[in-house]
Design a protein. Structure first.
Ligand SMILES: [Zn+2]
Length: 237
């Protein structure tokens, strides 16, 4: 009898300074020749809502494998927690005290910072989490990057290609859509995705303090639209 092999597979992304392993899950729908959507949770370790959303999304995606309906879905890559060193200490920054969302080698990267929690690192891409994500993007060339945070309720897009989709997400969630967070974010994933890679990036900002049990309810319709392949193309570009 053939051994059952999972199609949604996990791989090691990297090991952090504090010896925590970062994994990612992926599935490639070979029936459609489009590049995957990259989902990232836990960029900031003190925003557990984003990790919970990523983990619940993974459970929902895996349910398609058990129902043998994976072909319904777009290809994806999912990193549930990019910053486990920070997450385990409930701190924004990683094990080296660096804000990963200021550490990407963007044209506007800047060594200045207003508070320790925004420390961008000694130089761009100084952190292992940053270089690992850059390598993942180079390897898979995603068509869209979505990262999950928590703060005030916003949906922020970088790159005009994501404007229409972000406005749709806004209409479903009732969270306002914006093309920036209201202040500069040099070295962020949004800046890197769009200005270095021409890949649109959307940041979901869940309301800080939202209970675990409420989060999937808010985002499930949106994530289902994004994951059903036929609909996504309509809303990108
Ligand atoms: Zn954040």
């Amino acid at each position: 009898m053939d051994e059952f092999k999972f199609k949604i597979t996990s791989q090691l992304l990297t090991k952090t300074k504090n010896n925590n392993l970062i994994h990612y899950w992926s599935w490639n729908n070979s029936k459609i020749c489009s590049s995957p959507i990259l989902f990232i949770g836990g960029v900031h370790g003190d925003e557990p809502e984003g990790v919970w959303l990523a983990e619940t999304l993974l459970i929902w995606l895996k349910s398609f494998e058990f129902k043998k309906q994976l072909d319904h879905l777009n290809s994806f890559i999912l990193v549930p927690c990019l910053n486990p060193d920070g997450f385990l200490k409930n701190q924004r920054v990683n094990g080296n005290g660096v804000d990963l969302n200021r550490n990407f080698p963007t044209p506007d990267w800047c060594k200045d910072f207003k508070a320790d929690r925004y420390f961008p690192g000694e130089k761009p891409a100084s952190e292992i989490e940053t270089t690992a994500l850059i390598n993942l993007i180079d390897q898979y060339k995603p068509s869209l990057i979505i990262h999950f945070h928590s703060w005030k309720p916003y949906i922020i897009y970088t790159g005009n290609d994501a404007k229409k989709l972000t406005e749709l997400i806004s209409s479903i969630t009732t969270y306002p859509a914006q093309d920036d967070i209201g202040y500069p974010t040099p070295g962020s994933i949004g800046q890197y995705g769009w200005f270095n890679k021409k890949t649109p990036v959307i940041c979901f900002e869940e309301l800080e303090g939202t209970p675990h049990s409420h989060i999937w309810n808010r985002w499930q319709k949106v994530l289902k639209i994004i994951m059903y392949k036929k609909l996504l193309k309509t809303f990108l570009k």
